[in-house]
Design a protein around this ligand. Structure first.
Ligand SMILES: Cc1cc2nc3c(=O)[nH]c(=O)nc-3n(C[C@H](O)[C@H](O)[C@H](O)COP(=O)(O)OP(=O)(O)OC[C@H]3O[C@@H](n4cnc5c(N)ncnc54)[C@H](O)[C@@H]3O)c2cc1C
Length: 379
């Protein structure tokens, strides 16, 4: 596993301070729906956070895979909603970096890195989530450009986004090989409508929207070649799944830290509850789960940018980290007793924020399927 360099270590220290001082205090009000994570866009942009994953050549910070993992952890540990907004932006910029034309990369990525443009990634549809090949959105080439029509749902950032990566079928008869990716700037075209933010269980400051498209976009909106979109989406999701693992371990680490502190303060029968073996065993199990999840996550993250394939490692990292984080937050809440169930403590928010991580960017069932297929193929 590659080590972090001095610059990355300094950057992570800065991010850690920023997350504690600027993000964490607002996490409860974002959760209560009083504000959205976009309130942090300006300060995050000033620190370069919107371009952490974007290569230096295209105006970003270009962190290594492991440093990026640690950065996402720090942000998620302070505010899950903000981490979700940021990682959705990463999905969009990774799409451009991986599948875009040089013109698209040079025009969009520096603006996305500086935070002047916020991105969204639109793959899911009402009848196509776990299996995107079922998508019904089409893109038909006309003299005026591509006519895109269809509906995407649960799209993070969509209504606030300056560009949306929309996946649509240019050749429906070809299945996955008929899917293409388009870089669409919604403020520049008519015929794109957004629903109200979904009323979600957690990550309530990181809004998700239904997007209805009936629009004509310039031919230059196509990313790469027709039919290359699905390949792009899969590569983007390999990175995205590692970032979801980092979100999971970030929130889980915050939950464990809170549980350790609480267990030492809370007295029952004259003893801090940390004296009880039942509590100690819960803490120990949480620590083992967290270390194992981080090890898998960082092992997958270390392969990013090496040219090696890491789809299976990314799937393992996401599966284990998101399930382990659920166990950790549940135990941490238990250690808080009744207080853990109230909104005066962050535990119930951690539990709610973590729950979606087992579903989005490929559910746990889909990750298990991917891992099993690679075993059956390779052995
Ligand atoms: C807060 C939030 C943010 C999101 N952000 C985005 C975003 O920015 N962009 C985007 O494109 N999408 C986004 N999504 C959508 C998300 O990725 C999908 O909800 C997810 O992929 C699951 O799809 P689905 O909801 O259609 O579930 P379904 O596909 O209908 O699955 C239903 C159940 O069946 C199981 N299942 C499906 N197939 C199999 C199988 N082969 N074997 C075993 N079990 C299976 C699933 O695991 C699940 O338990 C977001 C969703 C939420 C809630």
């Amino acid at each position: 596993m590659s080590e972090l360099n001095d610059e990355e270590r300094m950057m992570l220290e800065q991010i850690g301070r920023f997350a504690k001082l600027e993000l964490e205090p607002y996490a409860p009000s974002l959760d209560e729906g009083e504000e959205t994570a976009t309130r942090h866009l300006k300060s995050m942009s000033a620190l370069g956070l919107m371009g952490l994953n974007i290569s230096w050549d295209h105006g970003g910070i270009g962190l290594s895979g492991i440093a990026l993992y640690e950065a996402v952890e720090l942000i998620a540990g302070a505010c899950g909603s903000t981490a979700s907004m940021l990682t959705a932006h990463f999905l969009s910029t990774d799409s451009v970096e991986i599948g875009g034309s040089e013109e698209q990369r040079e025009r969009i990525l520096p603006l996305a890195a500086s935070g002047d443009m916020l991105g969204a990634f639109a793959l899911t549809e009402p009848h196509a989530g776990s299996n995107p090949v079922d998508m019904g959105t089409t893109a038909v080439k006309t003299e005026r450009g591509y006519h895109i029509s269809g509906t995407k749902c649960f799209i993070s950032n969509a209504a606030y986004a300056d560009f949306i990566i929309v996946y649509a079928k240019t050749a429906p008869e070809l299945g996955a090989r008929g899917i293409s990716a388009f870089l669409i700037e919604p403020k520049e075209v008519s015929g794109i409508e957004f629903g109200l933010p979904e009323r979600t269980m957690g990550l309530r400051g990181g809004h998700v929207f239904t997007v209805t498209l009936d629009c004509v976009v310039p031919l230059s909106s196509l990313m790469g070649t027709e039919g290359s979109g699905f390949r792009t989406a899969l590569s983007v999701l390999d990175n995205g799944r590692i970032e979801v693992a980092a979100q999971a371990t970030g929130v889980a680490a915050a939950a464990l830290e809170a549980a350790i502190a609480y267990s030492k303060e809370r007295k029952v029968g004259g003893h801090p509850v940390s004296d009880f073996q039942g509590i100690q065993w819960m803490l120990a199990d949480c620590a083992v789960d967290l270390s194992a999840a981080r090890a898998l996550g960082k092992s997958a993250a270390g392969k990013r940018g090496t040219g090696k394939r890491y789809s299976t490692e990314a799937a393992m990292a996401k599966l284990f980290a998101t399930e382990a984080a659920g166990r950790i937050a549940d135990k941490a809440l238990q250690i808080h007793g009744g207080n853990g169930y109230t909104r005066d403590y962050p535990l119930e928010r951690y539990v709610r924020d973590l729950r979606i991580l087992r579903i989005y960017e490929g559910s746990s069932e889909i990750q298990r399927g991917l891992i099993a297929r690679s075993l059956l193929r390779d052995q």
